[in-house]
Unconditional design. Structure first.
Length: 101
């Protein structure tokens, strides 16, 4: 029996949770799902420029786990952009914290 996943700490709730290519009807699009903790990993690493150790600490996970979350998020975004897919930010295993430490 696998060990239960720890909740990841997330410090913001995204206001916009869906993106799609302009001019293509939704019925013609596939949807790529990006978990909220994947968006948080992208925000900490790419937007805020934190090194992976500090970003992992902020999310309450180990560095290897953070690297896996970040790699999966980048792959999801890359696939969606190169294949013309919509992106839905939803789900995951996280808790929202009030403010960054």
């Amino acid at each position: 029996m696998p060990r239960p996943k720890k909740c990841r700490r997330v410090y913001f709730s995204p206001n916009v949770t869906f993106y799609k290519p302009r001019g293509i009807p939704m019925r013609m699009l596939k949807v790529a799902r990006l978990p909220v903790e994947g968006l948080e990993a992208l925000r900490l690493s790419d937007s805020l420029g934190l090194d992976q150790s500090k970003a992992a600490e902020a999310m309450g996970v180990s560095k290897p786990t953070f690297c896996r979350i970040l790699a999966a998020a980048r792959k999801t975004i890359s696939d969606a952009l190169t294949q013309g897919m919509a992106i839905s930010i939803e789900g995951g295993n996280y808790i929202i914290e009030e403010k960054e430490e």
